[in-house]
Design a protein around this ligand. Sequence first.
Ligand code: P6P
Length: 333
Amino acid sequence: MSTHNTLTQFIIEQQRKVPEASGDLTLLINDIATACKCISHTVSRGSMTGMLGSAGTENVQGETQKQLDIITNDIMVETLEWTGHLSGMVSEEVDDFIPIPEQYPKGKYLALFDPLDGSSNIDINLTVGTIFSILAGPEGSDASQDDFLQKGVDQVCAGFVLYGPSTMMILTTGQGVNGFTLDQDVGEFILTHPNMTIPEDTQEFSINMSNQRFWEPAVQQYIDECMQGTEGPRDKNFNMRWVASMVAEVYRILTRGGVFLYPLDSRDSGKQGKLRLMYEANPMGFIVEQAGGSCSTGLQRILDIQPTDIHQRVPVILGSKNEVNRVIAYHQK
Ligand code: P6P
């Protein structure tokens, strides 16, 4: 294995392009990589650990927590809280924001994460992942809840780690998107997918079809036309994929294009959708846009949304630019 294309080297070389960089973000990304290596090891042991199945508790979303939701959350918090790079954290699995314990120095960043996205798949051994977003925080002092309520356009860094046949980190700091594969023997992430880009067109959509009767008309029309294939107005056939793991869907879109939709659902009038803005839609939106794709609610660019709550939800339509724009156009009719 060459040692000249590791994640560590890559982010240090990115840091050198920013004269005023202190190196804190480089160290923070490395700390996140360490946490995700631990998570990769834990989830790869599957039922041998006795950690599969429900924890018998619910998270702030009202969703039943898997034991591994809690375990992976603890790995993220315990790996990051002492580093001196953060002034606070937000996790899907914790109701309030997570302050840095007083015995540790406070840093200039905020970390927001879904420690185990797609965890409903963990018991059936399908790909799951960790999604993270980094914002600038109050330098050297404790964060308040309001410090986290920043638009997605203000993210400093975003990424996700896939725990699949291989463990991969997909990362952006605003200079494009790069993919790294974990060399399990050496314990290093290796740059294997430089400058990932999303094709502007696609013939593949991802949506949970069982919710079709609850979708907004614009999404009904878009999917109906895809299903008509060459016999309809699109004059081409479409394929469908649904893994029920956003990290897997987004990675597939980064590798071959596609459009992912988790739209508003008439049953959830007060919830604005299923996916969470701060640690799912915003980081994935940053990555998708940096790869040349688009990310919208159908009515608004997701990265422009002014957050009002750290756990708020949004409808999400992301992926190949021309398909997302078509769905947006149907919303405007
Ligand atoms: P459904 C996983 O729980 C998640 O948050 C996303 O990763 C995934 O895209 C979606 O929910 C799956 O939702 O309704 O198909 O189970």
